[in-house]
Design a protein around this ligand. Sequence first.
Ligand code: NAD
Ligand code: UFG
Length: 337
Amino acid sequence: MKILVTGGAGYIGSHTIVELLQEGYDVVALDNFDNSYPSVLENIKSISGKNFDFAEVDIRNKTQLKQFISEQKDIAAVIHFAASKAVGESVALPLKYYENNVAGTVNLLEAMQENGIQQIVFSSSCTVYGEATPPVDENAAIPVAQSPYGNTKQICEEVLRDQSNATNLKVVALRYFNPIGAHESALIGELPIGVPNNLVPYITQTGIGKRATLTVHGNDYPTPDGTCIRDYIHVVDIAKAHVAAIDFLAKEKYHNPFSVFNLGTGQGNSVLEVIQAFEAVSGVKLNYQIGPRRSGDIIQIYADCQKAWDELGWKTLYDLEQSMASAWKWEQALAKK
Ligand code: NAD
Ligand code: UFG
């Protein structure tokens, strides 16, 4: 079975290709390297010991995208990662986000329809829930999005649902909570460009000495230790869920053409707990300070994953300490380069 992976050189895409190849799928990937590097492709091949096809394609370029997909033979399903993902940038440059994430997805769906490809797994986000009462299941209300980025995920889910109602398209939308960590080989991982916004790369970069101090954004929230709570999930667990979703789509009957699943651990951890986990696995005392709240932060969110457990037959394998250990190993590997 041949799977097209868009955004295949990216953080989650690269880990997913490894899992697909290891499970015996054929893969063809595309990326425009807007937020990734070509060297990732060789590292995926080194880890898996397998080859796959790749093309530098921009999903905003409808002509190029359609030509590429029409030249492929026997694509059974698409896993669609390609998107821009920086929340702050999306506030400053909303049109970039609507063009890349929404128009890019529409282009992809058009190309799929023209070529008779009827299955897609879509990268959504727990950001669609906003500030909800955890544990959050898939029936939680979807409030007005807090950023253009979040809005693109809500809109894309609606576009996919409408297209699945109108055609034979079958959709799985996966709402990721907070993906962290890296492959155990330390050959692939997250490559944040510039100063990281996300907690875990900021922690590991501070641990290695690339950043002087981590600032904890607020310790006066109504949580047990006053810092915000998230559901941090190992990227390899996220990747394995995509393989489960592909299996699920192959089995799924047409009467349920649009399915949504949360991907988390079901466990909430505070910022201070993540720092403690890092210190425990690395043996490094982290230099951090408490700062003011970060505007727009959700106080606490973690997933109810019962639906994914029951219907995808998927469960996480890694806990927070294992995830942090893999993130640290990756940061150390990067430092040697
Ligand atoms: P990433 O930036 O590492 O990967 C995205 C890849 O898509 C990059 O390699 C980038 O170069 C490529 N890309 C972007 N625009 C493209 C275009 N127009 N044409 C072709 N390729 C393009 O991000 P990631 O963390 O791997 O995220 C993958 C998906 O998961 C995204 O849709 C993101 O919104 C979603 N998501 C990520 C997180 C997270 O915290 N990492 C959380 C929830 C959802
Ligand atoms: N944090 C700090 N200091 C930092 C960075 C983060 O204290 O230097 C805190 C944040 O305030 C927050 C927690 O760590 O309380 C997690 O922050 P992240 O930025 O790592 O993650 P978010 O949950 O805020 O957002 C992430 C992605 C979004 C995505 C969302 C849900 O950045 O794109 O997860 O998937 F929408």
